[in-house]
Design a protein around this ligand. Structure first.
Ligand code: KIV
Ligand code: ZN
Length: 394
């Protein structure tokens, strides 16, 4: 891990947890071979940290972390562990072959988790944080500590925990919105307070980890960056527990497209985004909704006549990023009942019918509009049938 003193202060570390938190989505488990295929693509796209699993959770997770660690050379490979000896030693064992390894250890800090789940007092949580961050540091100098349910924790207690974790050697401090409860302004304020109040906060990278229960995981991640976070934990296609995690493609493309405002960058080669999204979707069987930002089938598709006309004149009229920037060959003009003459002429040209006479084009356009009123999906074959018929009548 690059030390905080030498890192580029404007670079946001992308920590992908598709293989760990993403896999926790019900019905989404992946086998070893599938995890290795995804890890390969993540590494190729320039992901900084790949969280490959929770080694103590199962032999399968242990193997996945070990094999991803063996395979991947450029990205840091992380293994998750609770703050106890067995978890940390198992994670360290799984990571033994990784060239660049991180132990990611976590404990809950919210009253509801401490009382009902951990049955621990604040002082016990604090003591465990210190003891097991220190133990993790005996295995690697790259240790991340997470305050599970941080966004529902008492701020004074959270400050004490973060201070203790940094003192014990944590190099990354993760502040998860575990249950997707925080709102962007509130989540940003949490980072600002921690970074301001905790002594030596500059010795660690602050990280955002957002769940999407209220649909604001990406907004929260971006707000956290504005408040000083320099690592974002996210998954491909926003896969994850319940409503999922912050979607990597959305965070990365927001940072890239709005660099004017965000003033930070990531090391992600965004041209690999579509490929990664399709691979994760094929492997997990979780289809991407058509209107999903960045990777949905309609993200670069235009149907209405006005939009199609604008697109044919200049792509920037209705596109804020190019399809090529996310690895798509081109935008698509979808033929439907809202399409106008300009798009119809463009389609005709694409299909090789540009030599048709004006009258035939007009008649074909009228027939196409009638058909589009009756039929939801208009395929090239439908347009070709009309064009052939009109050409035959000429
Ligand atoms: O959501 C969460 O709090 C987590 C932690 C284990 C980091 O996934
Ligand atoms: Zn999570």
């Amino acid at each position: 891990m690059t030390s905080t003193a030498t890192r580029d202060p404007n670079q946001v570390i992308i920590f992908d947890t598709t293989l760990r938190d993403g896999e926790q989505a019900p019905g989404c488990s992946m086998n070893l071979e599938e995890k290795l295929r995804i890890a390969t693509v993540l590494e190729e796209m320039g992901v900084d940290v790949i969280e490959a699993g929770f080694p103590i959770a199962s032999n399968g997770d242990f193997e996945a972390v070990r094999e991803v660690g063996r395979l991947v050379k450029n990205s840091i490979v992380a293994g998750l562990a609770r703050t106890n000896r067995a978890d940390i030693e198992r994670a360290a064992e799984a990571l033994q072959f990784a060239e660049r390894r991180r132990i990611h250890t976590f404990i809950s800090t919210s009253p509801v988790h401490m009382r009902h789940m951990l049955k621990m007092t604040e002082e016990e949580v604090l003591a465990r944080t210190v003891e097991y961050v220190s133990l993790a540091r005996n295995h690697t100098d790259d240790v991340e500590w997470s305050a599970q349910d941080a966004s529902r924790s008492d701020i004074d207690f959270l400050c004490r925990c973060v201070e203790a974790a940094i003192k014990a050697g944590a190099t990354t401090i993760n502040i998860p919105d575990t249950v997707g409860y925080a709102m962007p302004q509130e989540y940003a304020a949490l980072f600002r307070t921690l970074i301001e109040r905790v002594p030596n906060s500059d010795k660690a990278v602050f990280s955002a980890h957002c769940h999407n229960d209220l649909g604001v995981a990406v907004a929260n991640s971006l707000a956290a960056i504005g408040a000083g976070a320099r690592q974002i934990e996210c998954t491909i296609n926003g896969l994850g527990e319940r409503a999922g995690n912050a979607s990597m493609e959305e965070v990365v493309m927001a940072i890239r497209t709005r660099h004017d405002l965000m003033k930070v960058h990531t090391g992600i080669k965004t041209e690999n985004i579509t490929r990664a999204s399709r691979l994760v979707s094929t492997i997990t069987g979780f289809q991407v909704q058509p209107n999903k930002a960045i990777v949905g089938a309609n993200a670069f598709a235009h149907e209405s006549g006005i939009h199609q006309d604008g697109m044919l004149k200049h792509a920037e009229t209705y596109e804020i990023m190019t399809p090529e920037s996310v690895g798509l060959h081109r935008s698509s003009l979808v033929m439907g009942k809202h399409s106008g003459r300009a798009a119809f002429r463009a389609k005709l040209k694409e299909l090789g019918y540009e030599d048709m006479g004006e009258n035939a084009i007009n008649d074909a356009f009228g027939r196409f509009k009638d058909l589009a009123d009756r039929k939801k999906d208009i395929y090239d074959e439908d347009v070709i049938a009309i064009l052939d018929d009109e050409a035959g009548r000429q």
